[in-house]
Design a protein around this ligand. Sequence first.
Ligand SMILES: Cc1cc2nc3c(=O)[nH]c(=O)nc-3n(C[C@H](O)[C@H](O)[C@H](O)COP(=O)(O)OP(=O)(O)OC[C@H]3O[C@@H](n4cnc5c(N)ncnc54)[C@H](O)[C@@H]3O)c2cc1C
Length: 374
Amino acid sequence: MSFELPQEVEETRKRARNFALREFTKELIEHFDETEEYPNEIRKKVFDAGFITIENPWNMLVTMEEFCRVDPGIGLSTLASVFGSEILLLYGTDEQKEKYLYPTLKGEKISAVAVTEPGAGSDVAGISSRIEKSEKGWILNGHKMFITNGTVADHYYLLARSAPPPSKEKRHHGLTLAIVERKWNGVNPVKLKGKLGMRATDTAEITFENVLVPNENIVGEKGKGFYIIMTFFNISRVYVAAQSVGTAQGILDLLLEYLAEKPASFREMEYVQFALAEISTLIEAARNITYKAAAKVFSFNPDPALTSMAKYYAAEVANQVANIAFKIVGMEASGSKLEKLYRDAKITEIWEGTSEIEKLVISRMILKKIQEVK
Ligand SMILES: Cc1cc2nc3c(=O)[nH]c(=O)nc-3n(C[C@H](O)[C@H](O)[C@H](O)COP(=O)(O)OP(=O)(O)OC[C@H]3O[C@@H](n4cnc5c(N)ncnc54)[C@H](O)[C@@H]3O)c2cc1C
């Protein structure tokens, strides 16, 4: 048994780190954090350098880690320009792949996943956007919230209700997934500004008014969209775990840079040494659980509880590490890159399932074991 990643993946890691150190300059990091613009030119360079690939998902995973280590905002927004691609890979028709997936994977289009609504975030089955059959196709009416890439995406993978739930217990039935283009009549995205962190990512509120969706844009079986989205989350959560590990590692890098400037007597203080030991141990554990969950997902043998553990744990670690580092650096962190990473870390506990939702997924799986031991 080996704990090493293949050499090809380690080489990608090195390339990703060098790329991020070269391209995500201090000036650009500050620029995108202040202006909240979408880093489109860097996104194109990321494609040209070949970092976005479906050939070997490990390459994307370590790239996510290394990019977020240097800057989570730019790193995530460039890699998430293909957000939701696994949905079409697994459930798309050949025509959908030709029209939407392959151009996205070549960097010619940007995609987004639109699930959350003003009244339904964690409660995915509670969404109220409606997609109804009409003579010419389907008619979509609804309201989506906090959609990453919302104003820059060419198309959204959108979940809406196509039939009333058959019962209270089966609220997740009757949801359908559709590909909706941003430029269609009736689609109105509005950029949300002033986020705490990850300000280089584009986030939007989107309304849909009588949008005509052609029949061929329905993904998978109608009424089964909930299962498609949950399958997708079981994949995307390992990338959020990698984002968290990278962010935590970036915070440790900054702390070491800070300590290098301090007298040896400061570094020798017990509380500083204990903090470094704690941070390194937390990161090592988060990285290991992330890779274990990813190994299952990437070999088509996902373990949803393990994936949720990785996402939950790595996100908690990113925030814990940010807290510990902040305490050591104190007021000097104010306005620094450490403060930025502290702000950027928070989202890992929220998107792709909050920490509470991940814990519910884990405990449901554990509770199933009671049935098995009975
Ligand atoms: C910057 C950003 C980008 C995002 N990008 C996207 C995107 O691209 N696409 C998309 O669809 N969504 C996106 N989201 C939405 C994100 O997935 C939701 O914010 C998240 O799922 C939580 O939903 P909510 O904000 O409605 O909070 P709520 O679901 O209202 O939760 C509020 C609090 O209650 C807790 N809670 C909720 N239900 C339970 C429960 N059953 N048991 C215990 N505790 C519970 C939560 O953990 C949380 O602490 C984004 C959000 C942000 C902030």
